[in-house]
Ligand binder design. Structure first.
Ligand SMILES: NC(=O)c1ccc[n+]([C@@H]2O[C@H](COP(=O)([O-])OP(=O)(O)OC[C@H]3O[C@@H](n4cnc5c(N)ncnc54)[C@H](O)[C@@H]3O)[C@@H](O)[C@H]2O)c1
Length: 438
């Protein structure tokens, strides 16, 4: 059992499919009737599969910058079964001249791509605020949508975006690629199936998101309230905050200290220490930075039955022979502690994370399989990030659920009061793909 408040989207059955396409009606999903959910016999289904595989999903990428191109590369290399990248869109005409865009339909306006009739689904890989507007536009037009993280900048926008997903036959997914990591999937399983016992404490130091000033200067939208809506919490940490709530549930309250421009010339947070409290009394500390080197990525989760330590792609389980709460209540010893088994939990090899998520998105459209990261769950990481920034700004403890309207108003105030003069974007060197391989 996790110690946190169950998320609206939380499920005890991890294979729950309720947030993906409606599996009862397959008529317009391009797959043979009855497959794979109908009552047909196995042999009939096999004949159907062999006779008529579901049509490939025609994809368009909106935002052809670093991430858009990253997705295009493996899609064009045919790494996603059943997907065909047919169109790209970017407001910057230079972006559309990239070799990866050649031979594809190119659009300078997302609305034109969305209404073109040439795509079944869009991948939204633009700066953050546009995730909401473009996502709503695409969902309203009946397209399937895969939105990059964070799904929106603040919870009020998340609610607007999620509300636009009215037709559950449309697949609406979020690129929380780290959910595909076998390490975190295993940790979640151990916590959620009660192997660790009730949550006592979670600590995550994620200070290995090191970024240079050149990185922040590489885009005018980066590290600004108006362009990005925050710093490390909004750009790098959506992954970790999503995993944190995916594994432990949502805390009840948050007190955070966010240092704005502590290590860089930026107006948003690049250093954060947050204290969390869960419904069952468990506590959490979340620490992150983009200015610390060498960084640390160390997740420690203590439960009544033991402790998990996740670092360097390994999970170590210190398992109490007797539950801690029982031992401390019943042991006659003054200084003893429960004997511990020290176990390294085996985990399967890592697969290319973004490709796993993309394949899942395409399979959900073609075959009705459940999503690993439904977009509706993306509100939780945004809520955590917002709560940390809000708590720090107001110098107070913030109770969750966060007051979405109050935070939106406060964020607008930060944007209005911004004195930052961003210089034009400068080109940077380096391997973009290496920036998120964790
Ligand atoms: N999942 C991951 O591992 C991962 C890694 C990096 C970035 N991201 C996310 O991907 C998104 C894009 O980040 P990036 O690093 O590629 O940024 P980027 O600045 O390199 O690219 C953004 C592109 O979007 C274009 N654009 C801006 N507004 C647009 C609009 N309204 N319509 C169409 N195009 C528009 C820009 O011209 C630019 O080419 C962000 O949400 C970011 O957080 C995700």
């Amino acid at each position: 059992m996790a110690g946190g408040r169950p998320n609206k989207s939380d499920r005890s059955d991890l294979s729950d499919t309720s947030d993906t396409s409606d599996t009862s009606d397959t008529s317009d999903l391009g797959r043979p009737p009855g497959f794979p959910f109908g009552q047909k016999s196995k042999s009939t289904r096999l004949v159907q599969i062999m006779a008529k595989p579901p049509a490939p999903v025609r994809l368009g990428i909106v935002g052809f910058g670093n991430m858009g191109r990253f997705h295009a590369e493996y899609l064009r290399a045919g790494k996603t079964v059943g997907a065909e990248l047919v169109a790209v869109c970017d407001v910057n005409p230079d972006a559309l001249r990239h070799p990866l865009a050649q031979g594809l339909a190119a659009y300078g306006d997302s609305r034109k791509l969305i209404r073109s009739g040439t795509v079944d689904a869009v991948i939204v890989a633009t700066p953050h605020y546009d995730h909401t507007t473009i996502g709503i536009e695409a969902l309203t037009a009946g397209l399937h949508v895969l939105v990059e993280k964070p799904i929106s900048v603040h919870t009020a926008d998340c609610q607007r975006l999620i509300a636009a997903h009215k037709n559950k036959k449309q697949v609406f997914a979020a690129m929380f690629n780290q959910r595909s990591s076998p390490v975190y999937a295993k940790v979640r399983e151990l916590v959620r199936n009660g192997e660790l016992g009730g949550l006592v404490r979670v600590n995550w130091i994620v200070s290995d998101w090191f970024r240079t000033q050149a990185y922040y200067d590489s885009g005018t939208w980066r590290a600004t309230w108006a362009g990005e809506g925050g710093g490390v919490l909004m750009n790098q940490c959506p992954h970790n905050l999503d995993l944190l709530q995916w594994i432990c549930g949502m805390p009840r309250r948050v007190r955070a200290f966010c240092k704005l421009g502590a290590r860089h010339r930026i107006e948003v947070e690049d250093q954060v220490t947050a204290y969390l409290e869960y419904d069952n009394g468990a506590t959490g500390v979340f620490i992150t930075s983009t200015g610390e080197a060498p960084g640390t990525n160390r997740l420690e989760i203590a439960g009544e039955r033991g402790k998990l330590l996740v670092e360097n792609g390994k999970i170590r389980f210190y398992r109490n022979e007797t539950q801690a709460d029982e031992f401390l209540r019943t042991s006659p010893q003054g200084f003893g502690a429960p004997p511990v088994w020290n176990i390294e939990i085996p985990v399967p090899a890592e697969q290319p994370q973004h490709q796993v998520l993309m394949q899942g998105f395409v399979d959900a459209i073609r075959l009705g399989t459940p999503l690993l990261a439904p977009a509706s769950e993306g509100i939780h990481s945004v809520e955590l990030a917002n709560a940390m920034l809000y708590s720090s700004a107001l110098e107070t403890t913030v109770e969750l659920p966060l007051d979405a309207a109050a935070y939106e108003k406060e964020l607008k105030r930060w944007i209005t009061n911004s004195k930052l003069k961003k210089t034009p974007a400068k080109k940077i060197t380096g391997n973009f793909g290496a920036s998120f391989q964790k």
